[in-house]
Design a protein around this ligand. Structure first.
Ligand code: PEP
Ligand code: MG
Length: 906
């Protein structure tokens, strides 16, 4: 049997259901489900995501042929339920055509409303409804949308003006009015006339009048919009695969623009910005859906409390608010009650925060969409923990509801309270997406991208944002807009990105031409600093100091929940006491990698270090190392103190020596003077240290084996620091790690140096400190011979940066020259230095763990490459039985959540 491509729904029945989102897209699946649970939804049908792939394989004609019979049948079903006829003049059925992928991609793809109109049908609609203005307003909207989306008239270049908008402005000017809704029937007729002329001029064709021709055009345009630039960019940002495709939902139109008993709106069952358990949203009377989300008219609030909060922020009195901007709760109390009951029903049904779209047509409420709402990281955590407390979900579900990478937002700095008090508030807008942002003003997305690439922090300031601004928003610290509400695309997308956003700041005047913004009499230019508080909606002049975030409240509760389920420990990579403290506050249970190389770079130490390297013999090196010893010891003391009671894994010096020596004439002269030798001699020695391939050269334990005195000094410093602390009452747990082991004997030789130095020190100090000696596994040979290495090494730490480098044969330092092409051509799906290659590198890890434990069953294994903080890699580490992952301090909470999820998923 031929596969099913079209799924109908309507009147309480549906062929699809909620768990069919892969096939029907989120929108299609939920439209079906809403029907099944008794939520009023206009009847329609969904064409599957598989057809999207067919469209790209077979092209338009073939796909239309495949769909024709099913779509005609499905349209007949709508006609039956709506008691009207598609394309009929006297009793027309109009439809909407909308996209809906598996994962929601707000505003990224295209929509066509009011489809089915032509010059005759519009008159019929006008007679049928007795509302000529409504009929013509719908028609002009349709021609514009269809022209832009289906006929490709929307300018590609953002700076160019939409030809239809240009005509609207012209007609308004001729008429002497400012707003679209001041246009009368005759003006709307004139608009349609001129629109059609523009279509003919630009496309060489007449605007299609046949309803089915319009429908096929629209369906295929929605499939095409899957591959538009912004959808591609959005997918890249969100990690959505291109193969998924979009479904297309076709639905009977219901109209929010049929006068004052009609309305349209968007609402959320909880606050998507901060997670508060409060129904909220926005609506517009006598409007169509796109008016709310496009951010052109600033909409009114749905609830009274929301409206009061909004008025307070905007400095509007209660009388003025009630008179001019009443909430839906006040203006349409009956409908509001129904809406509130249905939103509760939907949230209870899906057990998650819902983002819903609705339309009221002449007093009757219809739902057009529901989906699990996009939310900020803070809202994600609060909502999950609230739902747990409210008994709506269990602990494991709460953990799974949180996306590890989104915790990053909770760790971003917040404004320092004191600095905030002193900052000058310029104006207030809507708190569209929380957070603190400070940066230089830019007005255009491409400038934002350029400036950010130069390392500048920018804040994008716009009259309104549209999905085309995505690339700029992605790199900006924050976004400020003059127009648009809490549910505008700017706000929804910003929240999804966890980006600070203040929207609808009506008091700002943006002038794109002069690249200035005037705020309450103060003019700021491009490049001036501005600060935004997305939590309160406040806008400040200049820079405002920020401070680090902390783990408290629901965030802390979530982390506690992680501890309950996790099997992996999470350590941190830290080589300063400060980093160690930060990581500990985020819940790190120790240090998994302390790189010692950075400890030699400050002004005083570097001279002694260089002296050590440039010395021609052991005596010279020992003399210089003796100078370094106290510095190293002090460094280790600081770190052990910060990690008191927890294991600290210190790695012996790893990088090639040439990184430490002076390559410039001035530096070489200084060293010659300090060491009492000629510049020539220094130069010669520096040259002799140069390597063609330093990554594969004289580094890691090859250094320690050629210059054992370095290993000896570092051992004395590590254990010396531990002894001193122990005497002061602290509880240090040192581990000493050999880098870049490839051969058992390399390790054995280093281990002997370490143990001898330790024994001598313990005897001298009259005190022993228990410590372990382990190794990095970062050379494929080490993984292959892990059983031999584990016969001596007490623990393994997988250095997946080098292990990836040497398994793929890609230089860590030079991958940028070909990686972009490889990603583009899909030779690689992801950068293997960021996401662990489970098939290849992962196999080496799994094998090494097994081989190692075959000779040493209690062998502790961890990972300390960059992958230790990447969620999918952390889950892999759990699967292959590592004891811990170690990552940079700010990734510790992310790794903790990923580790707990791995345990729960098991
Ligand atoms: C590694 O190679 O994964 C590692 C942690 O060491 P480094 O990055 O210092 O080479
Ligand atoms: Mg390494």
């Amino acid at each position: 049997m031929d596969k099913k491509r079209v799924y109908t729904f309507g009147n309480g029945q549906a062929e699809g259901k909620a768990d069919m989102r892969n096939l029907l897209g989120g929108k299609g699946a939920n439209l079906a489900e809403m029907n099944l649970i008794g939520v009023p939804v206009p009847p329609g049908f969904t064409i599957t995501t598989e057809v999207c792939s067919e469209y790209y394989e077979l092209g338009k004609d073939k796909v239309v042929e495949l769909l024709k019979a099913d779509v005609e049948k499905a349209i007949a079903n709508i006609e039956n339920l709506m008691n009207s006829k598609f394309g009929d003049v006297e009793n027309p059925l109009l439809v909407s055509v909308r996209s809906g992928a598996r994962a929601s991609m707000p505003g990224m793809m295209d929509t066509i409303l009011n489809l089915g109109l032509n010059d005759e049908v519009v008159e019929g609609l006008s007679r049928k409804t007795g509302r000529p203005r409504f009929a013509w307003d719908s028609y002009r909207r349709f021609v514009q949308m269809y022209g832009d989306v289906v006929l490709g008239m929307k300018p590609v270049n953002k700076e160019d003006i939409d030809p239809f908008e240009e005509i609207i402005e012209k007609v308004k000017e001729e008429k002497g009015v400012k707003l679209d809704n001041e246009l009368e029937v005759e003006d709307l007729k004139e608009l349609v006339k001129r629109f059609k002329v523009a279509v003919k001029e630009q496309t060489g064709q007449d605007f299609p009048t046949c309803a089915y021709e319009q429908l096929w055009g629209a369906i295929c345009a929605v499939f095409r919009s899957w591959m538009n630039e912004r959808a591609i960019l959005y997918r890249k940002m969100e990690g959505i695969p291109a193969e998924w495709g979009t479904a297309v939902s076709v639905q009977a139109m219901v109209f929010g623009n049929m006068g004052d008993t009609s309305a349209t709106g968007v609402c959320f069952s909880r606050d998507a910005g901060n997670g508060e358990d409060l129904f909220n949203g926005e609506y517009l009377i006598n409007a169509q859906g796109e008016d709310v989300v496009a951010g052109i008219r600033t909409p009114q609030q749905i609830t009274k409390i929301g409206s009061q909060r909004w008025a307070e922020r905007a400095g509007i009195s209660e009388e003025e608010r009630v008179a001019k901007y009443p909430s839906m709760e006040e203006a349409m109390p009956e409908i509001y009650k129904e809406l509130d009951a249905l939103q509760t029903k939907l949230e209870n049904h899906y057990r998650d925060m819902q983002d819903m779209e609705f339309t009221v047509q002449e007093g009757k409420l219809w739902f057009l969409q529901t989906r699990n709402g996009k939310r900020t990281g803070a809202a994600m955590v609060k909502i999950a923990m609230d739902l747990l407390r409210q008994g709506m979900i269990d602990e494991k579900t709460a953990l799974e509801r949180c996306e590890p990478n989104k915790l990053d937002e909770l760790l971003h700095p917040v404004f320092d309270k004191k600095a905030l008090k002193e900052a000058k508030v310029l104006t207030r807008g809507l708190p569209a997406s929380p957070g603190a942002a400070t940066g230089q003003i830019v007005f255009f997305a491409d400038d934002a991208a350029k400036w950010a690439a130069d390392g500048k922090k920018v804040v994008m300031v716009r009259i309104e944002t549209s999905p085309e601004d995505l690339a700029g928003m992605a790199v900006a610290e924050g976004i400020l807009t003059a127009r648009g509400g809490m549910t505008s695309h700017a706000a929804v997308v910003a929240r999804g990105m966890g980006k600070c956003c203040v929207s609808g700041a009506g008091a700002i005047n943006v002038d794109y031409k002069t690249r200035t913004v005037e705020i309450e009499g103060i003019t700021l230019k491009e490049g001036d600093f501005i600060s935004l508080n997305g939590t309160t909606g406040e806008v400040y002049k200049g820079k405002v100091e920020t401070k680090a975030a902390e783990v408290s409240g629901d965030f802390a509760a979530l982390m506690d929940l992680c501890n309950k389920y996790t099997k992996l420990n999470v350590r941190t990579n830290a080589d300063t006491p400060h980093d160690a403290e930060v990581a500990r506050a985020f819940g790190a249970s120790g240090i998994g990698l302390c790189r010692t190389e950075h400890m030699f770079f400050d002004a005083e130490k570097i001279v002694a270090m260089r002296e050590m390297i440039l010395s021609p013999d052991v005596e010279g090196r020992r003399k210089a190392l003796a100078k370094l010893l106290p510095f190293q010891k002090a460094d280790f003391k600081g770190i052990f103190k910060a990690m008191d009671g927890c294991p600290v894994n210190v790695r012996l010096l790893d990088p090639p020596l040439h990184e430490f020596v002076p390559h410039d004439a001035k530096g070489q002269e200084e060293m010659a003077k300090a060491m009492g030798v000629t510049v020539q001699e220094i130069k010669k020695r520096v040259e002799s240290l140069c390597e063609h391939n330093p990554m594969l050269g004289h580094r890691g334990c090859r250094l320690g084996n050629t210059y054992p005195e370095i290993t000896e000094m570092q051992t004395q410093a590590i254990l010396g620091a531990a002894i001193e602390l122990k005497k002061e009452g602290y509880d240090p747990h040192p581990e000493i790690m050999v880098p870049l082991t490839g051969i058992l004997y390399e390790f054995e030789a280093q281990e002997k140096v370490i143990r001898d130095a330790a024994a001598a020190l313990f005897e001298k100090e009259g005190m022993e400190i228990p410590f372990k000696v382990g190794t990095m596994i970062e050379i494929p040979r080490a993984a292959l011979t892990a059983n031999r290495i584990a016969s001596r090494a007490e623990y393994f730490s997988f250095g997946t940066n080098d292990l990836t480098q040497m398994t793929f044969g890609y230089s860590r330092d030079d991958i940028a020259s070909f990686l972009p092409v490889y990603l583009e051509k899909k030779i690689l799906k992801v950068d293997p230095f960021q996401v662990l290659d489970q098939n290849g590198v992962g196999q080496l890890i799994e094998m090494a763990v097994d081989k190692g434990r075959s000779v040493r069953p209690d062998l502790k294994c961890g990972i300390c490459g960059e992958h230790g903080g990447e969620p999918s890699s952390v889950k892999f580490c759990h699967k292959v039985g590592l004891n811990y992952v170690s990552c940079s301090p700010f990734r510790v909470p992310i790794a903790r959540l990923a580790a707990a999820q791995a345990a729960v998923e098991e």
